[in-house]
Design a protein around this ligand. Sequence first.
Ligand SMILES: [Zn+2]
Length: 280
Amino acid sequence: MAGVSRRAVLGGALLGAAGVATGVAGAPLVRGWLGLDRLPVSGGYAAAADHLEAVANPAVSVHYYAQTAEPVVAFTFDDGPAPHWTPMVLDELDKAQVPATFFMVGRNLSEHAELVRGRLARHDVGSHSWQHDDLATKDLAQIGDDLDRTQSAIRQYTGRTATLFRPPYGHLGGSTLLAADQRGYDIVLWSMEMHENTYRNDPAGQARYIVESARPGSIILAHDAGGDQRLVTIRGLAAMFDGLRRRGFRLVTVSELLSTAAAKPSTSGQMPVRAVGPSR
Ligand SMILES: [Zn+2]
């Protein structure tokens, strides 16, 4: 079977790496050169190579944008819920009637569930891990526990079941892919992000960048937790929504973005919306 031979090949590669790392004089240097002191090969990044038998339905997909001719974009907000920022983001979304996708940190949700209670009907809720650890440094069992604990919180506090998962830092290891696959998640990264340091104190500039850079299928990363730089984004949201709609875009959840792309795959790669003018 292809799976068996692939596992054998991967296993051989791992043994080879371990042999080099431990079998020569000056091993620490070699280990450092290979990155093995920082990046666990077995039990960490590459752990999927040890557990191919655990794949129940090898169909995990990773999306950083959606290939579609439909003029749709999706805003995503990570790391919340958080006091102050999450209610402000929800207020802006409500004012413009824009659906968005919140990639929630399970611990934050358990501590601040009241911030989102009754306010998520129009929105997607995705998993962003329990406490924003770098999952690529963990093994399969640890990541599984993390994802399950997060899902339990999402179910308990929002009544929803997450089907989307975004790894903290966008950092994907083999174990993360496999744990997500076992649970039937779609993994969602992003194709655009806010540049709050570039546009410090310039929400209009931040908004203009997003409006002018968006393409059909863009997945836009923002945050509803963190420091004061979030104000650049939050104060620019109304202008982003308005500007994107003027360009003909529909603002949708990630789920809708992915289903739109699946239903009507792009055949031309051409951008159907009109180019944005020089106006602000
Ligand atoms: Zn994050």
